[in-house]
Design a protein around this ligand. Sequence first.
Ligand SMILES: *[C@@H]1O[C@H](CO)[C@@H](O)[C@H](O)[C@H]1NC(C)=O
Ligand SMILES: *[C@@H]1O[C@H](CO)[C@@H](O)[C@H](O)[C@H]1NC(C)=O
Ligand SMILES: *[C@@H]1O[C@H](CO)[C@@H](O)[C@H](O)[C@H]1NC(C)=O
Ligand SMILES: *[C@@H]1O[C@H](CO)[C@@H](O)[C@H](O)[C@H]1NC(C)=O
Ligand SMILES: *[C@@H]1O[C@H](CO)[C@@H](O)[C@H](O)[C@H]1NC(C)=O
Ligand SMILES: *[C@@H]1O[C@H](CO)[C@@H](O)[C@H](O)[C@H]1NC(C)=O
Length: 354
Amino acid sequence: MHAHYLLWIWIHFSFGNTDFQNPCQKICLCKEGAKFVNCSGVNVTDGIIFPAETEHLDLSLSNLDSVPSKGLRSLWKLQVLLLSGNRITHAGEEAFSALESLQKLDLHGNEITVLGSSFSTGLASLQELNLSYNRLQELHYKSLQHFENLQKLSIQNNNISSIEMGAFRSLTRLRQLHLQNNHLLNLHNGVFSMLQRLEVLNLEGNRIKTIASEVFTPLNSLTVLDLVHNEIEHVRFKTFLSLQTPGTHILLSSNPWFCDCDLQRVFAKLHSVRRLILDDYDNLTCMEPQVLRNLSLVAVDTQLCIAETVTVLVITFTVFITVVAAIVMAERNRKKRTGKHWSEDNDLSYESQD
Ligand SMILES: *[C@@H]1O[C@H](CO)[C@@H](O)[C@H](O)[C@H]1NC(C)=O
Ligand SMILES: *[C@@H]1O[C@H](CO)[C@@H](O)[C@H](O)[C@H]1NC(C)=O
Ligand SMILES: *[C@@H]1O[C@H](CO)[C@@H](O)[C@H](O)[C@H]1NC(C)=O
Ligand SMILES: *[C@@H]1O[C@H](CO)[C@@H](O)[C@H](O)[C@H]1NC(C)=O
Ligand SMILES: *[C@@H]1O[C@H](CO)[C@@H](O)[C@H](O)[C@H]1NC(C)=O
Ligand SMILES: *[C@@H]1O[C@H](CO)[C@@H](O)[C@H](O)[C@H]1NC(C)=O
């Protein structure tokens, strides 16, 4: 009687209820019971519920247009979740809130335009997040707030033009930040505050033109700063001097440099700072002034201040001549006057010495 009842339950849950699908029965590949569940390439439906013991779940290329939150609700043991190559358009509403053991989340190659303010809720164990190749336009203050353990963040190849102040403030353990190929226009002071452990900052292929002079100051551990292929015309010495790590590699080629004496001085000073390594300095080319276009900075470097030196020399010479002329004139005037009023002058000078 008892056994019969259990059998009925088993049948009911396996076949009877259409809402319930066990992915390990024919649909997906499972290993070690249901510890590893691979549904990659399978059209997963909304009704699928994954076994509670699952630790690795591959749902890449599964034709999903949203995060299957219902099916993920009991996966407290899940460590790796792959959702890349789907058509997910938004991620938020606590979609991952039950996944308290999750260490790696891959969402690359979707169509995500916005991260909700509760996107990070429950993901305090997450170490690696890949959001590359999506359509994000902005990073908001609240979206990343619970990622206290995040070490790698990939947001490259999106459409990000603005990062709200404080968006990265919880990421105190972050070691790599990949922001290349976005639409960033400038770097404000404070945007990277709290990223004391950041080692790699990739900003290649943005449209960065202005860099605030204190923006890199908080980055105490930085070893690679990639600014290749931006819109930088000029930099200030102070901006890079604030990097205190012994040995930071800075990449600056493919920018439209404005080659003037000022720029030459900045680079001369940067070269004298031992801890800063300008790996691609030989590849820097001038965009302006027109006469120097496409010439390498190295080739013109020593000449940029010559015009200025000549100007300084001319001014110095002019001043010198003027001063000499003035002295000569004064001397001549004095001689004229002494000839006429010798006695008067003498009296006066003796009086004033008393
Ligand atoms: C899942 O299976 C596909 C082939 O069906 C394979 O390419 C992929 O690497 C597997 N995923 C994992 C995490 O092993
Ligand atoms: C998944 O669904 C799409 C259409 O939504 C279809 O083109 C594709 O063949 C399906 N793939 C599988 C493996 O069933
Ligand atoms: C994120 O995914 C992209 C695309 O597959 C890959 O190139 C990149 O290396 C990944 N990021 C990390 C940190 O693994
Ligand atoms: C990227 O954002 C800009 C506005 O910042 C918009 O005009 C453009 O259409 C966006 N591109 C994509 C592919 O979403
Ligand atoms: C400089 O440019 C050359 C030719 O484009 C390239 O082969 C080389 O790798 C570049 N060097 C650096 C350090 O980027
Ligand atoms: C500079 O080089 C680019 C390609 O590297 C070329 O398209 C452009 O015409 C060159 N400009 C001048 C003034 O030589």
